[in-house]
Design a protein around this ligand. Structure first.
Ligand code: NAD
Length: 354
């Protein structure tokens, strides 16, 4: 498997280094035959190539078997005409990575506000309110006058059906429960279309029990009793917000592993951003990026040409995270005393000892 590695901005280089070191160990232990190609995007690329991402980089990623993308300082990238393109959007759109899979679960050893839970947020990734990706040409945020602005949300049957199918398929592999999250009481047409598409796809999954919640009430339900949820499917922005909440409820945003997957490509990228407040201080929790890397290996194993040892390696990486947490070998955000680098060394010891 050829993996393109892009460290990203802020804490990205620190957390990505831990992930690559662990992947290299997994490569040896499980005989995976991994090859890494190191590339840049974001601020580094803007400085060197005049753009945060380039067509040549896209071609490189398309030719590879997977991408590990670090967090990006998206908020800094305001003007596409100056090469300031949101790299996360760039890959999601150009590789059609429509399913953003964001698991969140509690670990024994981390103090949380809730009881134990284990759920997955499945977020549509290619349309919705995200103004930089839902038009063929142009931008769906419009400044009408200096004081009037409009933002448009695109919802299409095809995108709803494919994200629903991903979520139903995942629910079938888990507890066979799926929750639809929407705002169809107000966004009657767009979220009505989302709900109808989910209902239509659901006919192929009669074994999956479905319920639904309005997004605002969902925030209360998921804080009050996250254990009642198994797989949750929703549109782009609701999923973006909800998955940060569920990651934080599990102990920290630094536990938020995430996979962006389409029919032909996949990208492992932690759910959080570049965390400039702790960048370069050896404080970032690397588990989110490590779990994202494990998800990329598991995705590869599920492909028609996938090999079972990739799944074994993914499980071993997840187990190394659990073992480190249980032993308190982790960063301060989840109650440990280690730095990012030292947590990485602990992960490597755990993986090799398993
Ligand atoms: P953030 O997710 O970077 O940080 C939010 C909070 O969580 C901060 O207190 C941060 O220190 C903490 N945090 C995040 N990751 C952590 C980790 N691994 N370990 C420990 N603590 C962690 O959100 P922000 O500060 O609003 O955004 C910073 C930049 O990231 C912005 O430019 C934003 O646009 C961008 N962003 C990028 C992505 C992405 O690349 N996928 C996602 C979200 C935000």
């Amino acid at each position: 498997m050829n993996i393109v590695i892009i460290p990203g901005d802020g804490i990205g280089p620190e957390t990505m280094q831990v992930s690559v070191d662990l992947l290299q160990d997994a490569n040896q232990v499980f005989g995976l035959g991994l090859n890494f190609q190191h590339e840049i995007a974001g601020h580094d690329s803007l400085q060197r190539h005049g753009a945060t991402v380039t067509d040549a980089l896209l071609a490189t990623v398309k030719a590879a078997d997977g991408l590990l993308l670090g967090p990006m300082a998206t908020y800094d990238f305001k003007d596409e005409s100056k090469g300031e393109i949101n790299p996360s959007k760039f890959f999601r759109k150009n590789l059609d990575l429509y399913a953003n899979i964001r698991p969140a679960k509690t670990y024994p050893g981390i103090k949380t506000l809730t009881g134990p839970f284990d759920l997955v947020v499945v977020r549509e990734n290619t349309e919705g309110f995200y103004a930089d990706r839902n038009m063929a040409l142009g931008h769906s945020e419009i400044l009408v006058t200096e004081d009037v602005a409009i933002s448009m949300r695109r919802i299409t049957r095809v995108c709803c059906e494919r994200i629903a199918r991903s979520a139903f398929g995942l629910a079938r592999q888990r507890q066979k429960r799926l929750t639809l999250v929407h705002k169809a009481n107000v966004l009657r047409i767009t979220d009505g279309l989302f709900l109808q598409a989910c209902a239509d796809v659901g006919k192929d999954f009669p074994d999956v029990v479905v319920d639904d919640f309005i997004v605002d009430a969902m925030m209360a339900h998921v804080v009050r009793a996250p254990e009642r949820f198994d797989v949750i499917v929703t549109t782009n922005m609701f999923g973006d917000i909800l998955s940060d909440l569920t990651a934080e409820l599990s102990g920290s945003l630094g536990l938020g592993g995430s996979l962006n997957a389409g029919d032909h490509h996949a990208m492992g990228q932690a759910a959080h951003g570049s965390a400039p407040d702790i960048a370069g201080q050896n404080k970032a929790n690397p588990f989110s990026q490590v779990l994202s890397a494990a998800m990329l290996l598991a995705w590869h194993a599920s492909r028609s040409n996938g090999k079972p040892q990739y799944l074994a390696a993914a499980h071993a990486m997840e187990q190394a995270v659990s073992d480190c947490v249980a032993a308190g070998e982790c960063t301060r955000d989840i109650g440990g005393k280690l730095g990012t680098h030292e947590t990485g060394l602990a992960l490597r010891r755990r993986l090799k000892a398993a």
